[in-house]
Design a protein around this ligand. Structure first.
Ligand SMILES: Nc1ncnc2c1ncn2[C@@H]1O[C@H](COP(=O)(O)OP(=O)(O)O)[C@@H](O)[C@H]1O
Ligand SMILES: [Mg+2]
Length: 426
């Protein structure tokens, strides 16, 4: 383990302050928060905080059992964006508890500790170990909300969200289909909030694929940049599932669109400060704004079909992106529609070898499955959750969202409890 037990940027720790002025606290972004309390007092405070208007976008779950219960819980489940744990201990005992918790925390989750002692040395040590904030009991509702907001609005901190751009090697290869299913998988499998932005303004299909026909969407955001803030953005989002919202394309031909290079920048900047994952479904175009959006993305997924034109285009795109993003991880490659009947194909392995990269997924051509999903306004996981294709989308979701495999193999919590009750080893 590195010297930082938790993978987060330690925030400077401050002395406890008087109750904050409620009017000055901004809303909490679209994050998932789970609290593990020791006492009912904190549990009630957390419930009251969860009901506050400033927490309306966040998903909050309150459990009892403190750090030990959290550690047991996350040995089998992905961790949320923020974990708040209460401890009755201080000093070495608290640090020991937190070390065990850190071992089961996924990368990118922040940890806030509520403790009993106002001890500067302890503050420093927790901060050094990557704990984002240490609060001392008793804490009030506004204290908690303010502490959470500060974690995500501190200009020195990283932006909350990562942007994941999806682009195709040609039109029609399935880039949008893949992006919609990956957005769905991040929301469902990791219970993490996702905004899917359909940047194909004239022909985008995200609205169709999620059976949504919102009156407003991304066009409002780019045509009224002066009005754009997180509240305005809220109004443009169409809610698809518990954790997935859509910034839909108008998909009309009323206006022709010659967009400037920076057209989408304001909306992307605002969205990524309010949601952990922002999926950008890009059209197959080569304009100034597409190039710029791709280069600026945190992650890129390049979807191709296994033919010669895709190979040439993929090679050109990868060369350009490698050159422009020398300090970023390379794009993920998805080879789609493999095994289309009667079609001559370049073998997926050869395709990947020619590009000198490992594909993240090789997805078979399945006309019936994909056709049913598209015509029903559903994603593949809804049509056939058990399909091997669904598993591919889960894997892509894992690799682009930072929710990589758990740090140690996570066992089902219940089976481990049962086996201990039976006195057996798992
Ligand atoms: N693996 C697949 N097997 C069969 N059909 C697919 C597959 N992937 C995508 N499709 C279909 O291909 C068509 C084009 O997909 P789309 O996602 O719109 O492509 P793009 O965004 O690259 O232009 C859609 O009708 C979609 O249902
Ligand atoms: Mg598309």
């Amino acid at each position: 383990m590195s010297s930082l037990a938790f993978d987060s940027v330690p925030a400077p720790v401050e002395e406890a302050v008087p109750a904050p002025d409620s009017a000055t606290i901004r809303p909490v972004p679209r994050i998932s928060i789970q609290a593990f309390c020791e006492g009912h007092e904190l549990a009630e405070t957390m419930e009251a905080a969860a009901a506050d208007r400033r927490m309306a976008r966040a998903h909050v779950k309150v459990h009892m059992g403190g750090i030990a219960a959290a550690t047991e819980f996350y040995s089998a489940a992905p961790t949320p964006n923020l974990i708040l744990v209460e401890s009755r201990h201080s000093g070495e005992k608290l640090l020991g508890e937190l070390e065990r918790l850190a071992a089961v925390c996924d990368v990118g989750s922040k940890v806030v500790v509520v403790g009993q002692t106002n001890d500067v040395e302890l503050y420093r040590e927790l901060s050094r170990r990557g704990v984002s904030e240490y609060l001392v009991n008793p804490v009030g509702v506004l204290h908690i909300i303010r502490a959470i907001v500060d974690l995500y609005t501190d200009p020195a901190a990283d932006p909350l969200g990562r942007t994941i751009a999806f682009v195709g090697g040609k039109g029609g290869v399935g880039s949008s289909t893949v992006s919609h299913s990956v957005a769905f998988a991040i929301a469902r499998n990791f219970e993490n909030d996702v905004v899917l932005a359909d940047l194909d303004l004239a022909f985008g299909t995200a609205g169709l694929d999620f059976n949504q026909d919102p009156a407003q969407g991304i066009a409002e955001a780019i045509h009224a940049p002066e009005r754009l803030d997180d509240i305005f953005l809220d109004r443009l989002l169409a809610r698809c599932t518990d954790h997935l919202s859509l910034l839909a394309a108008p998909a009309t031909l009323d206006r022709t669109l010659d967009l400037g290079e920076t057209t989408f920048e304001p909306v992307i900047d605002i969205a990524r400060n309010s949601v952990p994952s922002l999926i950008l479904d890009l059209p197959h175009l080569w304009t100034g704004w597409v190039r710029r959006t791709l280069i600026a993305a945190d992650e890129i997924v390049l979807t191709v079909e296994p033919d010669l034109a895709n190979l040439r285009n993929a090679k050109n795109l990868l060369d350009l992106l490698r050159q422009a993003r020398q300090h970023d991880s390379p794009p993920k490659l998805v080879i789609n529609k493999v095994g289309m009947p009667k079609r001559p194909e370049i073998k997926a392995e050869e395709f990947a070898k020619a590009l000198e990269m490992e594909p993240t997924a090789i997805i078979p051509f399945e006309a019936h499955l994909f056709g049913t999903a598209a015509n029903n306004g559903q994603v593949i996981a809804e049509v056939d959750p058990k399909s091997a294709v669904t598993e591919h989308f889960h894997k892509i979701a894992q690799s682009v969202s930072g929710k990589a495999e758990p740090r140690r193999s996570k066992r089902p919590a219940l089976s481990s409890v049962l086996s201990r009750l039976r006195g057996k080893k798992t």
